[in-house]
Design a protein around this ligand. Structure first.
Ligand code: TUI
Length: 312
């Protein structure tokens, strides 16, 4: 399953695991990389030294390439950007901002840079400042999202840039992967699907929420504050949306989400916490290993597009 993305990253399958804050730690990243995809450690809101420790631990579990996702709203983003270069991480992805100021340092260190973008404007800008590839993330995704759906965003970004594009948001089986290739993507990134794997260390309650979610069970909070976040509906999203309608302050609202992610992932408080997940949660039905998941995805995709000329 060779594409420009597998060649760029030196991996077997063009399947990237999303760099989910609190969720994507070294066990998951190493398992995905060992299964032939690209595993990512999600720095989220963590301190730089936590990220360094995670990188070291991932290296003990895999000799395959893996990456780090930097959430650019993290106050320690500058320090994390340095850690990634110092530790010889092969790939960095970024989210929730513009990583331009780190680009020169990363290129110097030989790090492949793949910004996650949600608009054509940022995609073009990232190509101009030297990005190696892009993740085009539609608003079907979980967590912090943009305005456009994957179906709309991917082909427009593919047309606007000449670097390879990885599609994200709303993909969880071979049909989704095949569809992404049809839109011009050369790889896919998935988050929700990987949360429900044996190697993912989130609280069992979090996995259960995803497994029992239906198509209509996610909500987007924070549209009014300019930080829209998709999570499965619960007491927190109800409360948030009520406060938002009443015109609550940015600070009051923010408290409910980012701190809430830890509550859901670590403590298993899936009522008051933020159970970030994509709309595709309705299709994620059983737990398996990362290897089983990736092998199934590849088999399904192969059956759909072998011979269509997208890959050998
Ligand atoms: O970043 C994500 N997804 C995330 S980050 C996150 S942690 C968090 N939790 C609560 C509140 C806020 C963050 C959870 N999920 N995906 C990548 C992504 N990036 N989606 C959208 C964007 C984005 C949006 C605007 C990237 C850049 C941007 O504008 C940058 C600029 O300066 O133009």
């Amino acid at each position: 399953m060779r594409t420009e993305i597998t060649e760029l990253l030196g991996i077997e399958y063009p399947i990237v695991q999303g760099g989910m804050a609190w969720v994507a730690e070294y066990h998951l990243a190493a398992a995905v990389s060992n299964a032939g995809g690209l595993g990512l450690i999600g720095a989220g809101g963590a301190p730089a030294e936590w990220v360094r420790d995670q990188i070291k631990k991932a290296k003990e579990l895999t000799d395959k390439p893996f990456g780090v996702n930097i959430m650019l709203m993290n106050p320690e983003a500058d320090a994390i950007a340095k850690v990634v270069a110092e530790e010889g991480v092969k790939v960095v992805t970024t989210g929730a901002g513009n990583p331009e100021k780190y680009m020169a340092m990363w290129k110097e260190a030989g790090v492949k840079v793949i910004p996650v973008v949600a608009s054509v404007a940022l995609a073009k800008r990232m190509e101009r400042c030297g990005a190696d590839a892009l993740v085009a993330e539609g608003c079907e995704a979980g967590g912090h999202i943009g305005e456009n759906t994957t179906m709309v965003l991917v082909p427009q970004i593919v047309d606007a840039v000449s670097i390879p594009v990885i599609a994200a948001g709303g993909i969880a089986d071979g049909r989704g992967i095949a569809a992404a290739f049809m839109l011009g993507a050369r790889g896919v990134q998935m988050g929700t699907n990987f949360v429900v794997t044996d190697e993912c260390q989130v609280h069992e309650n979090y996995k259960k929420c995803i497994i029992k979610a239906r198509d209509i069970d996610s909500r987007v909070t924070g549209r009014s504050t300019g930080h829209p976040v998709r999570a499965l509906r619960n007491k927190m999203t109800r409360e948030y949306l009520r406060l938002e309608q009443e015109g609550a302050s940015f600070e009051e609202l923010e408290k409910l989400t980012l701190g809430g992610l830890r509550k859901a992932v670590v403590d298993g408080d899936v009522e008051n916490g933020s159970v970030m997940a994509g709309q595709i949660a309705g299709m994620v039905k059983e737990e398996c290993t990362c290897k089983e998941l990736i092998e199934r995805l590849v088999k399904e995709t192969d059956a759909l597009i072998k011979g269509a000329g997208f890959y050998e």
